[in-house]
Design a protein around this ligand. Structure first.
Ligand code: ZN
Length: 135
């Protein structure tokens, strides 16, 4: 197995939603919380390697993390604020789960990208030719 020309993906930039190779470019499209760019404009590699690439991010990262935190929140509220009652705890947990799941969505995608790239380093077909300046 040959080493990627860009080296191994770094975790710290991914946690800040930055490219794991150049650590400069945002993974997200400008003005969007959910959509990732198709290509890193600096590294010229495809961020979404194939159609449905980020499906695993929801199933393997977002849902388990959000569900675990929601469960822990239920336990904390049940033990720490029993006066809320079961409906109050359910309401608080539902709001938290909804808000956290949306907020965490791009982080689950970037973590998925980092894990996938750590297991399957970039190949030549994952890169696109750099675009020259437009006239
Ligand atoms: Zn990059």
């Amino acid at each position: 197995m040959s080493e990627s020309p860009l080296g191994r993906p770094a975790l710290w930039p991914v946690l800040r939603l930055r490219c794991p190779y150049c650590a400069v470019e945002s993974l997200r499209k400008d003005g969007s919380w959910f959509d990732f760019k198709a290509v890193c404009p600096r590294c010229h590699y495809k961020i979404e390697r194939e159609n449905g690439y980020f499906t695993g991010a929801s199933w393997m990262i977002n849902f388990p993390v959000t569900g675990t935190l929601a469960f822990l929140l239920v336990v904390v509220l049940y033990l720490g604020a029993p006066s809320l009652g079961s409906m109050g705890i359910a309401a608080v947990t539902s709001l938290f789960t909804f808000a956290f799941g949306i907020w965490f969505f791009p982080f689950s995608q970037s973590l998925w990208l980092w894990m996938e790239h750590s297991l399957h380093p970039l190949r030549d077909e994952d890169r696109v030719a750099p675009q020259g300046p437009k006239d």
